[in-house]
Design a protein around this ligand. Structure first.
Ligand code: ADP
Ligand code: MG
Length: 695
């Protein structure tokens, strides 16, 4: 069934060029940054509003503020047209001498605009130089009787290359007129009432074009409503999708498969209760008539790989193929070796496919995948490329899933029919947030570490206790253990940071020369960096001095100390990830957070949080409290839903939307199907509409 957009929305989805004043050139610029349609322009919200007419006394107006003042013109000091010498106009305002300055303006134009001895109203940005106010290139110059030509309020938009606020304001003004009057209210009336929200149309109008203080004051409420609409559409989509996927079949069994039982027998450890629980949940999906779409969350080192192996083997047992996709070459090799090792007793064909494989070998692997000779392929993004054909793909496992976008996820599961999907992530996402953000997925959680692990001991030390740290490192190295030393490498201070990192490396190299320290950071050639990490992995080197390039998933069990220098500059989630590089064996491990004496309260709080807890979910909740859902998701998601109206600052709004969506999908309160269509269509969720009647 082809879904057509409700006709009432046609005006909003017509091309921007249908607006007066938008020609192909502007439309092209707009389409790059904002979108092609009128609705996209309407969803480009202003970040602030200038109140031009509400100006303080001149004496109290700070530099860079916008003022609107009546100025008595006294004198013209002409510059020379087309030179750098400005044209100055001197006047008096509130008994203070003021200069109005123009570069490259025609003298005759300025003379007519500012007749000597007359009064002129000027609006623009003021700057104070040596105690004298100046306005350069005012935004408005009008005669006192024309003061109404200056708008009371002016919206300011996030700027897009080559598009001025003026153009945006004008186009949006026309766009607002395209919102149909007969657009129905789709939100259940009790929600609208309770929150004192206005209609969709009014909300957009008040935000883009406030006409009074009253309307201006409502703009936050209006933004909240629009934000809710967007979140609601998203949540309804997820909810419909999930419900539709579930086909209940109570005869499902949740026993482990034969092959995996064989594997467990040969392990020299028991699975944790959490691992067993996750296996049950996964087996239930696989034995059921559903397509599994599950996210497995578990802290670093919690043993997710084995759980994935179980799912993979169950599928292989049914004569289907499995794919395991990971974000880096290094990780794919690591998984390949690990899985080969634990599966060596059973007869399973495993292949490795990365961008690094030689062409001849690659062709062979591609062929083996296609004819079904390989049971399991482990690889990077290479697995998605168009030349990969599976004979009979049954399951896809994606590790470190947050490094992939939704499109990549979809692309690989489309390489088979009804492919089961298992996503894995080591960054614990607070339960509340994952329920809302991944509402279409089921979630399994490993929340305990293998029993043989000792919790990592975390200490925070000021940089001046450097010598103690060096001694501790020395002791560990003498015992044959390995050490990570991490320094920040931030985009903003990249050059300085690289220098600091190299200096640290030099110093450690002098002290611990016989342990052959190696360097790895994001600004090095990839090959050099990989050499360093490989040397550390193979114990050729015992010290890895690195930026956060080692953050993702590296498993080097005999590394027992991680020093994080300038720990106050890292985020909570990142620190926790880094800490997870150690504590991966039965050896006691340490995480030393070195901080600068200028650490601020927020920094202190972060270090305290880590010191007090090894629990990734606890750390994630704290991170969420500190940064809000937008930031938490923003830094981890590469291709997840991007919201246009919701800044995701307010988690309560997200919960509200989730709750309403679930209620709407289960039909209480019922909202008219026609209205649901409109809501979903406005936010480009048309694809879900066909599910409405199926649920
Ligand atoms: P992660 O969840 O970070 O991906 P891995 O799957 O890489 O963790 O497991 C880390 C290490 O712990 C591996 O060497 C694995 O064999 C081992 N491991 C997994 N489960 C257990 C367990 N129940 N008891 C002891 N060690 C385990
Ligand atoms: Mg892992």
């Amino acid at each position: 069934m082809k879904i057509t957009r409700p006709s009432i929305l046609f005006p909003l989805f017509s091309n921007l060029t249908s607006l007066p004043g938008i020609g192909p050139k502007i439309a092209e610029k707009l389409s790059k940054k904002i979108g092609n349609n009128i609705i996209d322009l309407l969803f480009h919200l202003p970040h602030s509003v200038i109140q031009r007419l509400d100006t303080l006394e001149l004496n109290n107006c700070p530099s860079h503020s916008i003022i609107t003042k009546r100025i008595k013109i006294n004198k013209h000091l002409p510059g020379y047209y087309n030179t750098t010498k400005p044209y100055k106009i001197l006047g008096v305002c509130e008994n203070i001498e003021i200069e109005i300055i123009f570069f490259n303006f025609r003298n005759d134009y300025l003379k007519s605009k500012f007749p000597i001895s007359s009064e002129v109203i000027v609006s623009g940005i003021i700057n104070w130089y040596n105690g004298k106010p100046q306005i350069t290139h005012p935004d408005y110059i009008v005669k006192p009787e024309d003061i109404n030509e200056i708008p009371k309020f002016e919206t300011v938009y996030p700027l897009t290359n080559g598009l001025s606020n003026k153009i945006l304001r004008k186009s949006i003004h026309y766009a607002l007129d395209k919102i149909p009057y007969s657009l129905p209210e789709w939100l259940p009336s009790n929600i609208v009432k309770k929150n004192k929200w206005l209609s969709f149309k009014e909300s957009l109008k008040y935000i883009h074009s406030p006409k009074s203080m009253y309307e201006l004051n409502l703009s936050e409420t209006c933004k909240e409503r629009l934000s809710f609409d967007e979140l609601l559409a998203n949540q309804i989509g997820l909810s419909l999708y999930k419900k539709n996927r579930k086909i209940k079949n109570l005869t499902a069994v949740n026993q482990n498969g034969k092959l995996f039982k064989e594997i467990i027998k040969n392990l020299n450890f028991d699975l944790t209760n959490s691992q067993n629980q996750c296996l049950k949940e996964i087996n239930f999906d696989l034995n059921n008539n559903t397509q599994m779409m599950r996210m497995l969350q578990g802290d670093v080192g919690s043993g997710k790989t084995l759980v994935a192996v179980s799912a993979i083997l169950n599928i292989i047992e049914r004569k289907k193929q499995a794919a395991l996709m990971v974000p880096t070459d290094l990780l794919s090799v690591q998984h390949y070796k690990y899985i080969k090792k634990i599966l060596h007793k059973i007869n399973i064909k495993i292949g490795l496919l990365t961008g690094k494989i030689k062409q001849t070998e690659k062709l062979k692997i591609l062929k083996d995948i296609k004819i079904g000779k390989l049971d399991l392929v482990i690889g990077t993004h290479s697995l998605i490329s168009n030349d990969v054909y599976f004979k009979n793909l049954g399951i896809v496992v994606i590790d470190e899933q947050h490094k992939f976008g939704v499109e990549q996820r979809n692309k690989i599961i489309l390489k088979g029919n009804n492919v089961h999907l298992l996503l894995m992530t080591a960054t614990p996402i607070p339960r509340s947030l994952s329920m809302t953000m991944y509402g279409d997925l089921d979630i399994s959680i490993i929340n305990e570490a293998p029993k043989n692990r000792k919790p990592v001991i975390t200490k925070a030390l000021p940089i001046n206790r450097y010598n103690e740290i060096i001694e501790a490192i020395d002791r560990a190295l003498k015992k044959g253990e390995k050490v990570y030393w991490i320094c920040p490498l931030l985009e903003l201070s990249e050059k300085l940071d690289v220098v600091a990192l190299k200096n640290r490396y030099k110093k450690l190299n002098t002290i611990f020369n016989k342990y052959n320290p190696v360097l790895a950071h994001g600004k090095m050639l990839k090959a050099e960096r990989e050499n360093s990490i490989n040397d550390f992995l193979s114990s050729k080197s015992k010290i890895l001095v690195a930026s956060t390039v080692i953050e993702v998933g590296i498993d080097i069990p005999d590394a027992t100390i991680i020093i994080i220098e300038n720990a106050e500059r890292f985020g909570l989630a990142q620190l926790h990830q880094l800490r997870g590089r150690v504590g991966r064996s039965a050896l006691q491990s340490y995480c030393i957070l070195m901080y600068d004496k200028n650490i601020n309260d927020l920094g202190k709080f972060r270090l305290e949080t880590l010191k007090n807890s090894n629990d990734g979910f606890y750390v994630a909740e704290k991170d969420l409290e500190l940064r809000g859902p937008g930031e938490v998701l923003g830094t981890r998601q590469s291709g997840e839903e991007k919201f246009r109206l919701s800044s995701l600052k307010d988690i309560r709004l997200l919960y509200k939307a989730k709750k309403s969506a679930d209620e709407i999908v289960s039909n209480k309160p019922s909202i008219k199907e026609k209205n649901l269509n409109i809501l979903l269509s406005i936010f480009n969720k048309d694809e879900y509409i066909k599910l409405i009647n199926k649920v």
